[in-house]
Design a protein around this ligand. Structure first.
Ligand SMILES: [Zn+2]
Ligand SMILES: [Zn+2]
Length: 370
């Protein structure tokens, strides 16, 4: 590490400052904002025990219920996704599971036993900044400026670890990081400790790190990098496990498919029974309707016969009327002819008489008799 550049040495000092002072300040801040609350009694293990159920549901991705959940369902909302490595920092999966607490249905786990996870015996100051920041964001009641400070410190820590494995920052960037670290760590410190924190940060800045220390810090950074790689490896392993999951899923699918088939045939049988019932009902109604129809037809037939008889009667009556009127007309015509014949005779007679009388007194003719 003798070939370290000035920028690399500066980065080392910054890293040391963030790891040492940063962790101290954040764990004291966590103590003040969270552990001092009455329910935790100032003890980190008590906090972990009390919040195990809540943190379990922040970590568990499938929203599977656990034995601590009420029967009606899980009421805990997932506020913030908890990475597995953070959960594993706080709890160990070596507890004794109660078989009665694990509920499976058709190959699917519906409830897990929370007793499987045991609280680790650790103190807040032993935790990494990432874990402390995660817990602070969920449990601490912070002001906007405190949230900003927490974000800035977390960002600096991540940038330093990342920069070491890639490229170093230029001096201007490093100087800005020193100012940020100082400002925000002071902001997260209790008023009475602020001067001490400031002096400590400035001392770090002036300190010349020796070769041994550089080697030690370098190992530390590598260790953190390994932790990240290990995490990635877990991810990859999970990735390799995908075919295994697919097989399990296929098995579940086949199982479910059998159940679906069974359910479909049950439903089909039920539908057929219902259909038969409907057919029988329709048949019986049709029979009933047929009876009604025949009875109506018979009635109509009777009515038809009656109507036919009435019509014959009406026709006969009409014919009789017609004959009567015809006879009457014939009589009237005959009378009329006879009358006109008589009138003709009378006129002829009158004419003859007129001719006779005109020969005797033409000035005073007598009117013909009517
Ligand atoms: Zn639960
Ligand atoms: Zn349990």
């Amino acid at each position: 590490m003798s070939s370290c550049t000035r920028e690399q040495r500066e980065l080392m000092k910054l890293f040391k400052c963030v790891i040492d002072t940063g962790n101290e300040v954040l764990s004291a801040y966590f103590d003040l904002k969270v552990l001092s609350l009455p329910q935790y009694g100032g003890h980190f293990t008590q906090f972990l025990e009390k919040e195990k159920h809540f943190l379990y549901h922040q970590w568990e991705q499938k929203r599977t219920m656990c034995c601590a959940c009420p029967k009606v369902g899980c009421y805990i909302r997932r506020i913030k996704k908890m990475e597995t490595w953070i959960f594993q920092k706080l709890y160990e999966a070596n507890g004794i599971e109660d078989p009665a607490h694990v509920i499976k249905h058709g190959g699917c786990i519906q409830q897990l036993c929370l007793h499987k996870f045991v609280t680790k015996n650790i103190a807040a100051h032993e935790l990494d900044i990432s874990v402390l920041s995660f817990l602070l964001r969920i449990f601490a009641n912070m002001s906007i400026s405190e949230k900003l400070s927490l974000d800035t410190v977390s960002l600096c820590r991540s940038s330093i670890c990342h920069a070491w494995s890639t490229n170093c920052f230029p001096m201007a960037e490093l100087n800005k990081m020193w100012i940020d670290i100082e400002t925000h760590l002071i902001n997260l410190s209790e008023v009475r400790y602020r001067r001490i924190v400031q002096k400590q940060i400035q001392a770090f800045r002036k300190l010349e790190v020796d070769r041994e220390e550089i080697a030690e810090l370098s190992n530390h950074i590598n260790y953190m990098k390994e932790a990240v790689d290990d995490f990635n490896h877990h991810l990859n392993n999970n990735h390799n496990k995908v075919p295994e999951f697919v097989k399990k899923f296929e098995k579940l699918y086949i199982n479910d498919s059998h159940q679906i088939q069974k359910s479909v045939s049950d439903q089909f049988r039920a539908i057929k029974q219902a259909q038969d019932a409907v057919v029988s009902l329709v048949k019986s109604e049709a029979q009933c309707f047929k009876g009604m129809h025949e009875s109506v037809l018979a009635k109509m037939e009777d009515q038809h016969v009656t109507t036919k008889e009435e019509m014959v009667k009406m026709r006969e009556s009409q014919e009789r009327k017609n004959d009567y009127y015809k006879e009457k007309k014939r009589n009237r015509d005959r009378l009329s002819i006879e009358s006109s014949v008589q009138t003709g005779k009378d006129q002829k007679l009158a004419k003859t008489q007129t001719q006779k009388s005109s020969n005797t007194s033409p000035a005073n003719p007598k009117p013909p008799p009517i």
